[in-house]
Design a protein around this ligand. Structure first.
Ligand code: FE
Length: 183
């Protein structure tokens, strides 16, 4: 066998091995993976109302790690109440745009946003934006505050689960509908 032929057969062997699936069981502590086709749903019932003109669509509600992944949808002139983050938040804007009253930048479609722990802000969608949808990963809690930082309320993954359960029951999807998003 010449060098070229030997190289080719090495490459073929490598390529064939690359396509062999892992052939052992996953760790028994692994919880089931989560795949959600059409994450931006057409079924309006999947959007859980949160405030006037504000909805969220749960994707992963991590009860064991204390965070949640969700799509936030805000329509025309919506405001997500002033809140403080004790832990980081990651966001990716899928549609429309929004800004914080506390900053001078605007998050537009395709933007990635990192919200730093300790930050307090108020998310606003302007009247000329008919709809914005942003994927957010929120860790720990959102603490709702007045303009002076006095605590008005909070949300965590457990209050999110409760809100989903109540909404999906009312919407006719059943109280266990939310369970598929919980890990
Ligand atoms: Fe925030």
């Amino acid at each position: 066998m010449n060098d070229v032929a030997a190289n080719r057969s090495d490459m073929e062997r490598t390529d064939a091995e690359a396509r062999i699936p892992y052939r052992h069981p996953q760790p028994k502590e692994c919880v089931p993976e989560l795949v959600i086709p059409n994450a931006i749903p057409e079924d309006e019932r999947l959007w859980v109302p949160q405030q006037e003109n504000v909805w969220f669509r749960p994707l992963c509600l991590s009860a064991t790690r204390g965070y949640w992944m969700n799509l936030l949808r805000v329509r025309k002139s919506g405001v997500l109440s002033r809140h403080r983050h004790p832990q980081p938040v990651h966001g990716f804007v899928l549609k429309g745009s929004w800004h914080y009253l506390e900053h001078d930048w605007t998050a537009t479609e395709g933007s990635y946003v990192y919200e730093t722990p300790g930050e307090t802000h108020t998310l606003v969608v302007e009247p000329d934006v008919p709809e914005m949808i942003t994927l957010f990963q929120v860790n720990g809690a959102m603490i709702y505050v007045d303009p002076d930082g006095r605590v008005q309320g909070y949300e965590d993954v457990f209050t999110k689960i409760d809100l989903c359960r109540r909404h999906y029951t009312t919407a006719g999807l059943g109280e266990s509908f939310v369970d598929q998003f919980i890990r």
